[in-house]
Design a protein around this ligand. Structure first.
Ligand code: KG4
Ligand code: ZN
Length: 336
């Protein structure tokens, strides 16, 4: 079964074809980063308009590169949420219309489920059950995953998401958008000079809070001369604090669930200091760490094609309605 995957929840237009037996056939991504960087962040209306321009040509290109005709496609998976409403609607309307024209089913797919299952696209895919740490621009969640659609939320951020904290801190340091990778680059030149707090690690529980860390960063910045080296040292301290906080919480989640497999996914899981901290922690715990390849950490069509394929194989899809939900709790999903 060939599944076309469509991702338009934020600032990347992602398209992919996944085959239920052969695996990933092809994938393409168009990033709007350059357009939004002028404004220092995503402008929702511009994002929607650009998805409209790019999506259909990208689908055509992806089919051609995959040496497939539209008649080969057996189902369409589109990101229905969470995300920016206008951006989601572009993907949802396009997917639903193509599915109607091609007389095939379309399935509304959860963006975070896509991230969560992205490591399944790799050769050393994790087996169920596992603990997943989802760290993106909009979410920070610890989830116990028993199977596809069997998600128990263990903890989440009470304020800023990890990626949001990276982006806002980067802005404070005068870096461009998206801030996460820029901050990581600056931190490479940083020294171990400041000690930042590890928020919410002094009390039990698996929730996160990153807004205090942001304020701490701002105060530290105001107290220094703000040379390039000062900024690099602050970036280093911030990144280390986030990485260690995530590692402490993930260790707790593994201990609490008794599981030995940890999956990390979402844009922030591309961060090498975070990967290093989690690798070290899982090794000490006798557990194993799984993550997608770098290009599938951030938003992409392949993860949506994969996640949607699992639901279509189980006979799950919607009728003719166009489905888009800017907010959509992951534990509301149907079991597969
Ligand atoms: O998953 P994603 O592509 O989009 C959302 O679903 O939000 O995640 C984007 C987030 C942004 O906040 C971006 O700054 C962050 O992931 N990010 C990183 C890195 N690469 C992307 N944060 C820290 N270090 C990185 N290397
Ligand atoms: Zn994402």
């Amino acid at each position: 079964m060939y599944i076309l995957g469509i991702e338009t929840s934020c600032d990347e237009t992602g398209v992919a074809v996944y085959h239920s037996q052969q695996g990933l056939i092809g994938h393409l991504l168009y990033s709007q980063v350059k357009m939004h960087s002028e404004y220092g962040g995503v402008v929702p209306e511009l994002a929607s308009r650009d998805h409209i321009r790019k999506l259909v040509p990208l689908i055509k290109q992806c089919l051609t590169q995959s040496q497939l005709q539209s008649s080969d496609i057996d189902g369409i998976a589109y990101t229905a949420g969470p995300g920016l409403m206008g951006a989601l609607l572009v993907g949802a309307c396009t997917a639903r219309s193509l599915a109607w024209a091609w007389n095939i089913p379309a399935v509304a797919t959860h963006h975070m489920e896509g991230h969560l299952l992205a490591p399944m696209l790799e050769e050393n895919a994790p087996e169920f059950p596992f603990v997943a740490l989802l760290i993106s621009g909009g979410h920070t969640m610890l989830v116990k995953v028993a199977g596809v659609g069997q998600y128990q939320l263990l903890g989440e951020s009470l304020d800023d998401a990890a990626g949001e904290a990276f982006d806002k801190t980067a802005k404070m340091l005068g870096l461009g958008y998206p801030g996460g990778p820029e901050l990581a680059r600056l931190a490479e030149k940083g020294r171990d000079r400041f000690k930042f707090p590890r928020p919410m690690t002094d009390r039990p529980g698996l929730d996160f809070s990153f807004s205090g860390l942001k304020t701490f960063t701002m105060n530290t910045l105001h107290k220094t001369a703000q040379t390039e080296q000062d900024k690099a040292d602050i970036a280093y301290a911030f990144q280390k604090a986030v990485a260690e906080t995530l590692a402490i919480k993930c260790k707790r989640a593994l201990q609490q669930t008794g599981l030995k497999r940890l999956v990390i996914a979402g844009g922030v899981s591309a961060n090498s200091e975070i990967r290093r901290a989690l690798q070290q922690m899982t090794q000490k715990q006798g557990a194993r760490l799984y993550f997608p390849r770098l290009e599938f950490c951030t938003d992409n069509g392949a993860m949506i094609a994969y996640a949607g394929c699992q639901r279509l194989l189980a006979g799950q899809h919607q009728d003719l309605q166009i489905f888009a939900r800017p907010r959509w709790p992951v534990d509301e999903l149907l079991e597969v």
